[in-house]
Design a protein around this ligand. Structure first.
Ligand code: ADP
Length: 361
């Protein structure tokens, strides 16, 4: 079996280079009460990394708000340029702010004119990626540093993968080979050179999601969407040969974590509800196992293949990958149970420490 390290060296302040922090960062983001929610907020931020809820205290890596780009977006880009597979996941119940965080507030979602403070993580991450690539190329002009960025956008719904850049491609298959690792067969990949290219891809992909609505139980709230950018760089080394580096960035808007209602479901509908739960609960299982392995040091088989989501992202979940898990919560009384369960999930994720050696199949 292959020996792998679970994440090392992630640190937001220095872009993940050179520190001895963990591979998983857990950030909680609390949205404000909406106009139709009444009463007091039941969650209070008590410091930059902690909050309290009904007498329980929780501590994470950050409790973030508008500074979220500095905390997870900028490090994502630095980690990726340093050659690490790097991901941001948004986890939480429907309506807690995942879409707002990953793609941006609805009205500014794809407007190139909106100020960066108003934008979601994805547009800001790509603006930073392009400016950092420019900077690196200037700094290393003597090494003829070249970059190529390719993006894909997919949705996993009911354990089926759809290509959001070409939605006629449904039920795509996951494949694995020793050279490329895990990949989706026939998935569209588009080369991007500037923000306009990214905006066009996002527009196209987001309009192809199952439904635009985020109401509870809508199909979009029950699907995961994964926007991936493969960054390849090549430069001239001292001996005159060209060296190559490849890493990938994933921005993942997960399905709503609320319990799916199975009442009255039968046949296909029942199967579907089971499948929809499966990849999220499998992600939870993985988080538990990775946390246990890193705490006890005991080796365990990591069941990445048990769902499409974890199989697809296995190289971004373990090993030397960098993962920022944004757990979105609502402070409303009506969301009490789901908020509590999200905070518990976040605490388990935070228990994953670096430098644990695991066996992997
Ligand atoms: P989800 O994707 O988790 O279903 P959304 O991102 O659609 O949730 O958010 C639900 C609602 O809350 C939207 O109207 C969104 O604009 C609002 N919202 C979410 N997060 C914030 C935030 N941090 N600040 C202000 N409004 C927010």
């Amino acid at each position: 079996p292959l020996k792998r390290k679970i994440g090392t060296d992630f640190h937001p302040e220095n872009g993940g280079c050179g520190s001895t922090d963990t591979g998983v960062k857990v950030i909680v983001r609390m949205r404000p009460l909406s106009s139709n929610e009444e009463g007091e907020t039941i969650v209070q931020k008590t410091s930059s990394d902690s909050l309290s809820m009904l007498g329980h205290q929780f501590t994470f890596d950050h409790v973030a708000d508008i500074d979220i780009f500095q905390i997870v977006g900028a490090p994502l880009v630095e980690n990726c340029l340093a050659g690490f597979n790097s991901s941001i996941f948004a986890y939480g119940q429907t309506g807690s702010g995942k879409t707002y965080t990953i793609w941006g507030p609805a009205n500014t979602l794809l407007e190139e004119t909106s100020s960066s403070k108003e934008q979601g993580l994805t547009p800001r991450v790509f603006a930073r990626l392009f400016s950092r690539i420019n900077e690196e190329q200037n700094i290393h002009a003597d090494k003829q540093l070249m970059y190529q960025c390719r993006c894909s956008f997919l949705e996993i719904y009911n354990e089926q993968i759809t290509d959001l850049l070409n939605p006629s491609q449904r039920n795509l298959h996951l494949r694995e080979d020793s050279k490329t690792g895990v990949y989706v067969e026939n998935l569209t990949e588009e080369t991007i050179c500037c923000m306009k290219d990214v905006t066009q891809l996002l527009k196209k992909g987001l309009s192809n999601r199952r439904t635009g609505s985020t109401s509870l139980n809508s199909e979009s709230s029950r699907s995961h969407s994964v926007f991936t950018c493969v960054v390849e760089s090549s430069c001239k080394s001292v001996d005159g040969l060209r060296c190559f580096k490849t890493s990938r960035m994933n921005l993942v808007d997960l399905a709503g974590s609320e319990r799916q209602k199975l009442t009255g479901a039968a046949g296909e509908r029942l199967k579907e509800a089971g499948n929809i739960n499966r990849s999220l609960s499998q992600l939870g299982n993985l988080i538990n196992i990775l946390a246990e392995v890193s705490q006890t040091g005991k080796q365990r088989h990591i069941p990445y293949r048990d769902s499409k989501l974890t199989f697809l992202l296995q190289e971004s979940l373990g090993g030397n990958a960098k993962l920022a898990m944004i757990c979105a919560i609502s402070p409303a009384q009506s969301c009490k149970n789901e908020t509590f369960s999200t905070l518990r999930f976040a605490q388990r994720a935070k228990a994953i420490k670096n430098k644990a050696i695991v066996n992997e199949k």
